[in-house]
Design a protein. Structure first.
Length: 473
């Protein structure tokens, strides 16, 4: 099938490349000429396991194309995915500027029946808005051809996890199609079923519902996952007070099939481009309808506090004035297997430690460049201060003469490290484990001081029982 994807960001690029891998003829459109030039050369602007090889393969096979020509791109696709960014506005609402621009372009250049698919995460009612914009452009341009053949607007939310997005796309657990009872709806469903037929050979994964329900399903799913994370983090903080091991609790809870194990890990909170943005957008939608989502308010508050839970432990161990102390930090990406630094806990942690006077040595396998940029743009840290941070390209070199190691991202290479080398390089054998990668007993048997999140060990309990500090801000 002929497919056009508007937007070559995270969702658009994965969608376009994977659909081409399945044999479709795909054009990915973007207004950024530098990005398109890079993609035409087979270079992915984002790090995602397996993505670049798929891009190169399908460029060579002439199934995947990249373009800045809007008319040609719209003309190409019988199915057109809108996969552009929907960042958060100051009010917390989703910014639909790029979605609106995409709809306007489609309306201006439509040349036959099209199925227009909202792939971006958008508030309930966006499909109706897109339909109105496209129809308005058709009417104003007196495009009789488009008026005669019509178009359909449907919702097909993405459920891709960064770090394994290609695998998620190629092996989906469900495919949500939001299609309203309107003219051409049967044709739209038939075309989407044909497009996604390769995923349904073993069993039917497609769930068809009305458009608004599909739009809401994406937000509801992310809100539930974020809630589980904050819930476990809140329990972990209590566990430390009452000498309970949250990891044992997690296993006991997860064994219940009604609960399961996913997203029950205590740590330093969630980040990324989805959960923070989507929870704000969902609350904004509720507010516009006179409702307040109290659980999601608490989810945000807990997560905001949790991002600095390890800095509080560092202050309890070393004091509130960290001048003269060097902290080695492993991992800055918001999760492993990605270079995405958006809303990452590491950014808040780095900023707070700098404010306390600490010297920082930072290592991440792939996200160091993005971290530097985000500290400047997102965290508003001045250039002279950022230049004082040592960004080091080897995980063990970052430990040399540091007073403690702080683990923020659970990269695989951190899970079974050389503890002898860690001890050899650190000035003092202190580990703050923000992702509970290690068993406290095993680490303490190696004569390390170990501080996890909600873990049961004597050293941490002694620290927690000492004079408390006000929550870090």
């Amino acid at each position: 099938m002929k497919v056009t994807v508007i937007g070559t960001g995270y969702v658009g690029l994965v969608t376009g490349a994977c659909l081409a891998e399945l044999g479709n003829d795909v054009v990915c459109f973007d207004i950024n000429p530098e990005k398109i030039t890079q993609l035409k050369a087979g270079i992915s602007p984002i790090f995602e396991d397996g993505l670049e090889s798929i891009i190169k393969k399908n460029l060579s096979a002439n199934r995947l194309h990249f373009s800045t020509h809007v008319a040609e791109s719209i003309h190409h696709g019988e199915i057109i995915f809108i996969a552009v960014g929907t960042p958060t506005t100051q009010s917390g609402a989703a910014d639909l500027t790029q979605v609106q621009a995409s709809a306007k372009n489609i309306g201006q250049w439509i040349n036959g029946y099209k199925v227009v698919v909202n792939k971006s995460t958008v508030p309930v009612g966006t499909a109706d808005m897109v339909k109105e914009i496209i129809q308005g452009e058709i009417d104003s341009s007196h495009n009789t051809q488009a008026q005669n053949v019509g178009f359909s607007v449907i919702s097909n939310p993405e459920f891709l996890k960064e770090g394994c997005a290609v695998d998620d796309f190629m092996r989906p657990d469900r495919i949500i199609l939001g299609v309203d009872d309107a003219a051409h709806s049967d044709k739209a469903k038939e075309m989407m079923h044909r497009l996604y037929a390769p995923f349904n050979r073993h069993h039917e994964r497609t769930l068809v519902m009305n458009v608004r329900s599909a739009e809401f399903t994406k937000y509801a799913s992310n809100a539930m996952l974020a809630t589980r994370i904050s819930f476990m983090n809140e329990l972990a903080n209590l566990a430390e007070k009452i000498q309970v091991d949250i990891e044992s609790v997690r296993k006991g809870m997860g064994a219940d099939p009604r609960i399961g194990y996913s997203f029950l890990y205590a740590g330093v909170g969630y980040g990324g481009s989805c959960f923070p943005k989507d929870i704000k957008a969902l609350q904004n939608t509720a507010n516009t309808h006179g409702l307040s989502l109290e659980i999601l308010k608490s989810v945000e508050l807990v997560n905001d506090h949790q991002k600095l839970i390890m800095t509080q432990k560092i202050m309890r161990r070393f004091g509130t004035n960290l001048s003269g102390k060097t902290i080695a930090l492993w991992g800055t990406a918001f999760k492993p297997n990605t270079d995405d630094i958006r809303e990452a806990p590491s950014l808040r942690i780095i900023k707070k430690l700098l404010e306390l006077g600490a010297h920082l040595k930072v290592y991440d396998p792939i996200a160091l460049k993005a971290t530097k940029n985000a500290l400047s743009t997102e965290m508003k840290i001045d250039t002279p201060t950022i230049e004082k941070i040592e960004f080091i390209s080897h995980q063990y070199d970052v430990l040399i003469n540091a007073d403690a190691l702080l683990i923020v991202t659970e990269w695989k290479e951190f899970k079974s490290p050389d503890f002898n080398l860690i001890r050899q390089n650190l000035k003092s054998p202190v580990i703050f484990d923000g992702r509970n990668l290690f068993e406290p007993t095993s680490i303490e048997e190696r004569n390390f001081e170990y501080y996890g999140v909600g873990r049961l060990n004597e050293r941490a309990h002694e620290l927690d029982s000492s004079k408390g500090l006000a929550p870090a801000s």
